[in-house]
Design a protein around this ligand. Structure first.
Ligand code: GDP
Length: 459
């Protein structure tokens, strides 16, 4: 793809701030800036070494607009690998807007969402998985999620995918030689070495694939639903773990009417918590919406935290909820241990693994740490050894890797069955293609548009 136009956008967040940055990228970037920028030294931008901050002001003809610092990053040593100009002006809506309008007047066009990063990809500075990591870095909710995204941005996943593809290329070369020179010897050697090497590759792909379930949590959050009949203390707990009062806490049953979503950082794990109106049958219309929404979010939850009031005997409602959560990953909280205890734990143990039953007092802040310990061990039980490992966090990558894995399995069994090498060749090519979806070697224009649409303007 040949890019010949120049784009511009405000790169900083909207609203008032110390500085605002206008970013321009493309072949005309520097010429446009020269037209509107007057340096205090009287020199042109091009007379300075690249990446110098130059002090001056932006002017529309005679009219001075704002005092600025301008930097010129000459391509390919820039974010987009094109010529890039960044104008730092005073923060606030008007300065940035006026300067941007002036930049458009001089020939740049408004950048689309993610277009700067898309150009970095199209110009070959980063691959697609790195481009996608940019948005993950921006959206990261916890330190660990940020670290995982940074590792991907550095190119750790890219390198791994490149290694896999190099191996496939090597295998393909051997297959093609054997196809072109079909003497028995070559074919014999081909099958036995192929068998071993394909098995090796399959194992490596599987290993990477196995990180996806835990990895997804860093990117999307562990979707957690808190269930329990009204008044057991769900909102109180939520407020405890949020550290501030965001949900309504009340004595009146059914007043937590809407489903509230919040991100909470539990030891680096981003928990996407959905607070629910207590699950129960109701005729109240407003409340019913809350209850229905609760059930829907409950179905898609990664983790269910059920709460019961240990100062009361188990009721039918509690039992209904216990029935409903069968088969889900459940942490059972017995709340209000500061009061006299009436609940029969033995009944609970029939429904929930004993290790996952935790006694707490949301009111007196007791046992909350144990909840954190439990969540941590549930998430890490799996496959992430440390965040410096390459981890699959993105569902798109997971799907592509799954397909590559299936093709590798097909290749393996074709080789084991001594099928004609043409068949093996097809499977190997499929592996190569699917892996290419991850780093962007083999993707369609539509998919690219889709990915970059999720970015903000100016990134
Ligand atoms: P929800 O309806 O499940 O969200 O319950 P709330 O969080 O609104 O709590 C209902 C009532 O129980 C409130 O009066 C809370 O102060 C009280 N409560 C919550 N947790 C505890 C606890 O651990 N001990 C005691 N004694 N009361 C609690």
């Amino acid at each position: 793809m040949f890019i010949d136009d120049t784009i511009a956008a405000i790169a900083t967040a909207p609203g008032e701030g110390g500085i605002g940055i206008i970013r321009i990228s493309g072949p005309e970037a520097c010429d446009i800036a020269e037209e509107i920028f007057v340096s205090m030294s009287g020199k042109k931008i091009k007379e300075y070494p690249a990446r110098t901050l130059i002090y001056g002001y932006i002017a529309d003809g005679e009219k001075r607009i704002d005092e600025v610092l301008v930097a010129f990053m000459k391509g390919p040593n820039s974010y987009t690998a094109e010529d890039v100009i960044e104008i730092n002006c005073h923060g606030g809506f008007l300065s940035v807007k006026k300067i941007l309008e002036l930049v458009f007047k001089k020939g740049a066009r408004p950048a689309e969402a993610g277009e700067f990063t898309k150009r970095a990809f199209l110009n070959g500075r980063i691959d697609l998985s790195q481009a996608e990591a940019v948005i993950d870095v921006i959206n990261a909710k916890t330190d660990k999620a940020h670290e995982v995204a940074e590792t991907q941005l550095e190119g750790s996943l890219s390198k791994k995918i490149r290694d896999f593809r190099d191996k496939v290329t090597e295998l393909l070369a051997q297959v093609e030689v054997a196809i072109d020179y079909p003497e028995e010897d070559i074919e014999f050697i081909a099958y036995s070495t192929l068998e071993e090497k394909t098995a090796e590759l399959l194992e490596e792909i599987k290993e990477l694939y196995s990180t996806a379930d835990s990895g997804k949590i860093f990117r999307e959050g562990l979707k957690t639903v808190i269930v329990g009949k009204p008044n057991v203390g769900k909102s109180s707990l939520l407020n405890r773990i949020l550290g501030e009062n965001r949900a309504i806490v009340t004595d009146i049953p059914g007043t937590t009417r809407d489903v509230i979503e919040e991100f909470v950082n539990i030891r680096g794990i981003p928990l996407k918590i959905v607070d629910t109106a207590g699950i129960r049958e109701t005729d109240d219309v407003v409340e019913k919406i809350g209850v229905e929404k609760s059930k829907a979010s409950f179905d898609s939850a990664d983790l269910v935290i059920m709460m019961a009031d240990s100062s009361r005997e188990l009721s039918d409602e509690d039992m209904e909820i216990l029935e409903m959560i069968q088969g889900k990953e459940v942490i059972m909280l017995l709340n209000k241990i500061d009061l006299e205890q009436k609940l029969d734990e033995e009944v609970i143990k029939k429904y929930v693994n004993e290790d996952n039953i935790i006694k707490i007092s949301a009111l007196q802040n007791e046992g909350i740490d144990k909840i954190h310990d439990k969540i941590e061990s549930m998430v890490y039980k799996g496959d992430i050894r440390s965040t410096s490992d390459v981890v699959i966090t993105n569902t798109r990558h997971k799907d592509a890797l799954y397909n590559a894995m299936k093709s590798a399995e097909d290749a393996s069994s074709a080789i084991a069955d001594r099928m004609p090498l043409d068949f093996v060749e097809v499977d190997l090519k499929n592996i190569w293609d699917y892996l290419g979806h991850i780093n962007g070697d083999t993707v369609t224009e539509d998919l690219l548009d889709n990915i970059f649409h999720n970015f903000c303007i100016g990134k």
